[in-house]
Design a protein around this ligand. Structure first.
Ligand SMILES: Cc1cc2nc3c(=O)[nH]c(=O)nc-3n(C[C@H](O)[C@H](O)[C@H](O)COP(=O)(O)OP(=O)(O)OC[C@H]3O[C@@H](n4cnc5c(N)ncnc54)[C@H](O)[C@@H]3O)c2cc1C
Length: 466
């Protein structure tokens, strides 16, 4: 025990010497941080190391690899699967001092950034050049580009621009033993050999630490039209999606569905002001982005009016200002208060759109049958085949495992997945074999073994033991 403590002490002294002042924090300074956005308990890491460059990340990992010490990589720690939550004794490698936006190329429409740059700061920097960084999600102020790469983040604009994988052109990463793999491609096309960046996108930090990224930018839209609408049936929601996609000629950028249980919870006393009556079965928040403000607004309203005249849309609200638009988005994005004083199990599943209504009804029935005093809240990125669920049992005997079974088990026959965009982390390993074959899991283990033979990077996460 003493020898182990001495080894860890020696490793931390080595890391302090490598990183200099403020490079390593320990003790009370670590414990005063929360575990994550979702978990207010004290941070559990033995120490948080804060490199500033790829070279420093390389030296930190080489030292940890030599010592065989576990390392968890942390960006904004907003991830929803506990992948970045430090476990007792782990060293957390934070990218919080890697916040440089190195270059924006307006001609090639690319940005080159360090991994710790937040999503919002890149969005703002791109906007100054008349460009759009298209991945967008509620944690934009804290989540990092490195975290977005590692989780293959989705969010609210996937329908128009794709997930993070579609934005990454190149990246630089450090492998477990400190080897730097620089693959800073700037082109849309490059089929010269294996596409190395794909090893890091969506692999949740299990194969390496991403240190720099080249992302695509898009032309900044000059018009944006938003509406929240109410509908009677899920079938009509899907009809509206098809119509909006067709009639807005590919400019539809968001189509967020909320079941009545979500809208009721979001607009209960103390929550958001309801812009529409609270007794409709479905609500959709949708947005289209284009290049001709006057014509786009007319077109958007014409399509909505026609849908209302035909009875497809029961009621609608169109914001008249940016603050009104923000208030509509707050209903969809600011939901933390719904969890106050309630045990909440959060889910992120994907399944074919045609299966969604039946799946939602099945989960609502089974959770209500199991926890009659609880509530089930359903919403999501409909066009991406992605639903989020909050299961709130209101029953002291309820367990996360029991809730998992009610949510995940029905996915198998419906060809769904236990993670649409949040990843597996520490939370969902036990369910990975429901949506991945044994051969796929074996290949994941082979890659992990090849790139991180001592298993020091994000140990125990993503890939279940054989
Ligand atoms: C309010 C809210 C709304 C959200 N909405 C969405 C949404 O719509 N869509 C969506 O996809 N997600 C959403 N999320 C989840 C989360 O924001 C994303 O998963 C985000 O990409 C995580 O970024 P992060 O920097 O916080 O990563 P972290 O939480 O710090 O890390 C997540 C994972 O990535 C790894 N990692 C982090 N940085 C690196 C790196 N540089 N190199 C290698 N591995 C790394 C970590 O080890 C961990 O496994 C939401 C979260 C919140 C709090």
């Amino acid at each position: 025990m003493d020898r182990r403590r001495d080894r860890v002490h020696a490793l931390l002294e080595e890391l302090k010497a490598l990183l200099g002042d403020g490079g390593v924090i320990e003790g009370a300074e670590v414990a005063q941080r929360a575990t994550s956005f979702w978990d207010a308990r004290p941070h559990q890491a033995r120490a948080i190391v804060r490199p500033r460059t790829t070279g420093e990340v390389s030296r930190v990992l080489a030292a940890c690899h030599a010592a065989g010490h576990p390392v968890v990589t942390q960006g904004g720690v907003t991830g929803c699967s506990m992948g970045a939550d430090a476990q007792t004794g782990e060293i957390a490698l934070s990218t919080e001092r890697m916040r440089a936006i190195e270059a924006i190329d307006p001609i090639g429409a690319t940005a080159t950034v360090q991994a710790g740059v937040t999503m919002q700061s890149l969005q703002e920097a791109a906007r100054e050049h008349g460009l759009l960084y298209a991945v967008d999600l509620g944690a934009r102020g804290s989540c990092t580009i490195g975290g977005n790469v590692a989780t293959n983040a989705g969010g609210i604009n996937v329908l128009r621009y794709g997930m993070m994988r579609a934005q990454v052109l190149g990246l630089e990463a450090v492998l477990a033993d400190g080897t730097v793999v620089s693959s800073m491609n700037h082109m849309l096309k490059n089929n010269a050999g294996f596409d190395i960046k794909q090893l890091m996108i969506g692999t949740e930090g299990a194969l390496g630490v991403v240190t720099r990224v080249v992302v695509r930018l898009h032309p900044l839209p000059s018009s944006r039209n938003t509406a929240m609408v109410a509908l009677q049936t899920f079938e009509e929601v899907t009809t509206l999606l098809g119509r909006m996609q067709r009639e807005m000629a590919g400019t539809l950028s968001a189509f967020e569905v909320m079941w009545d249980n979500y809208y009721l919870a979001a607009t209960e006393p103390g929550g958001h002001r309801p812009p529409l009556a609270r007794d409709y079965p479905f609500y959709v928040l949708m947005e289209a982005e284009g290049a001709d403000p006057a014509a786009d607004a007319v077109r958007f309203e014409q399509v909505l009016e026609a849908a209302m005249e035909q009875g497809l849309i029961l009621d609608a609200v169109i914001p008249q200002s940016e603050s009104e638009r923000r208030a509509l988005w707050d209903i969809r994005e600011n939901f933390e208060f719904m969890m106050a004083n309630r045990t909440t199990y959060l889910y992120d599943v994907s399944l074919p759109i045609r299966e969604m209504a039946g799946y939602a009804a099945e989960v609502q029935a089974s959770t209500a049958g199991t926890w009659p005093d609880g509530r089930t809240i359903i919403f999501g990125h409909l066009a991406d085949g992605n639903l989020h669920l909050f299961i709130q049992p209101q029953d002291d005997t309820a367990t996360h495992a029991a809730s998992d079974a009610l949510v995940y088990a029905p996915l198998t026959t419906r060809h769904g997945s236990v993670s649409a965009e949040h990843g597996i982390g520490l939370e969902k390993q036990g369910w990975l074999n429901r949506c991945r074959t044994a051969a796929e899991l074996d290949l994941m283990r082979t890659l992990k073994q090849a790139l991180d033979p001592k298993g020091i990077l994000n140990p125990g996460r993503v890939i279940p033991p054989p």
